[in-house]
Write a protein that binds this ligand. Structure first.
Ligand code: ADP
Length: 177
């Protein structure tokens, strides 16, 4: 019996963007089972609750996983990434790499994670160039100032962001509120 290859794609997904979805499509080609780990990440002061983020990720990506025949799960987590990876039986952690800006952080994190558990390999994937510059943080910022975000996120997500922005007054990410 050959061993099932399990991949874990962790992130905050606040909210899921077309960049994340592109990485997930690529990840589905590499593994037998893909777990999307949605991090609590209260320090990032998310726009959407953990439950909302999990539901959005699930809605936008489950059909892709089903049509690819890969076993698929969207799971929330609030623990050390490597402990979570061990718990779900992942042998691969998938991360997306955008511009050089991501590199320093990812480089450090991968190095430390490797020391925690050298049997789990981190794999970096690049999105299609048309999605490479998309970042959840900027999507929220554009929406807060009334810009169109339909090119960056799925329609359902765009509607949710616009609705949330309408409920919340404009406030800077660094206002400390
Ligand atoms: P985190 O809080 O871990 O940065 P994110 O939800 O912002 O979580 O991103 C999850 C992963 O997806 C990270 O590896 C990030 O670099 C990657 N990612 C996000 N947007 C893109 C994109 N447009 N292209 C490629 N990778 C991306």
């Amino acid at each position: 019996m050959s061993k099932q290859r399990v991949g874990l794609y962790p992130g905050t997904f606040d909210p899921i963007t077309n960049g994340h979805i592109d990485i997930i499509k690529r990840g589905l080609r590499l593994v037998d089972k893909l777990v999307i780990g949605v991090a609590t990440n209260p320090s990032k002061n998310p726009m959407f609750t953990l439950e909302e983020r999990v539901a959005m990720v699930d809605r936008e990506t489950r059909p892709l996983a089903e049509s690819s025949g890969v076993t698929f799960e969207v799971v929330q987590f609030d623990e050390l990434l490597m402990h979570f990876a061990e718990r779900v039986g992942a042998s691969i952690i998938i991360r997306g790499l955008r511009a050089v800006a991501d590199f320093e952080y990812e480089f450090q994190m991968t190095g430390m994670n490797y020391q925690i558990n050298p049997s789990i390999e981190t794999v970096f994937l690049m999105a299609d160039p048309k999605y490479q510059t998309i970042a959840s943080r900027l999507v929220k910022e554009v929406a807060r100032y009334g810009g169109r975000i339909e090119a960056f996120v799925p329609d359902h997500v765009a509607k949710a962001v616009v609705a949330r922005v309408a409920e919340q007054p404009i406030r800077g990410d660094f206002s400390g509120e």
